[in-house]
Design a binder for this molecule. Structure first.
Ligand code: FES
Length: 104
């Protein structure tokens, strides 16, 4: 299992043991965290936008050009923003911290 820490917009932390192979977006949805993820992970919206903790951003690796383009349409974009349907759960991200963004 891989522990992922989600920080809600009110600061509350929700820690979830996730199964490797799914995406961070799927983990959030399965646990009823507020995330629209309108396109279901097909890289066609930007409503799975999260802000990754600084310490973790580099460890997640490069973004695809498609993800970067879509991120430009996200509200409240930061330099550690990601679309979490593109982050695969694996042992390498055990302890990941992501901040949820307001649902639009
Ligand atoms: S769920 Fe639509 S881009 Fe991630």
């Amino acid at each position: 299992m891989t522990m992922i820490h989600f920080i809600r917009t009110n600061g509350e932390k929700v820690s979830i043991d996730a199964i490797p192979g799914s995406t961070v977006m799927e983990v959030a949805r399965e646990h009823d965290l507020p995330m629209l993820a309108a396109c279901g992970g097909s890289l066609a919206c930007a409503s799975c936008h999260v802000i990754v903790d600084e310490a973790w951003f580099e460890k997640l690796g490069e973004l695809s050009e498609e993800e970067e383009d879509l991120l430009d349409t996200a509200h409240g974009l930061t330099h550690t923003s990601r679309l979490c349907c593109q982050i695969k759960v694996s042992d390498n991200i055990d302890g990941l911290v992501v901040n949820l963004t307001p649902m639009e």
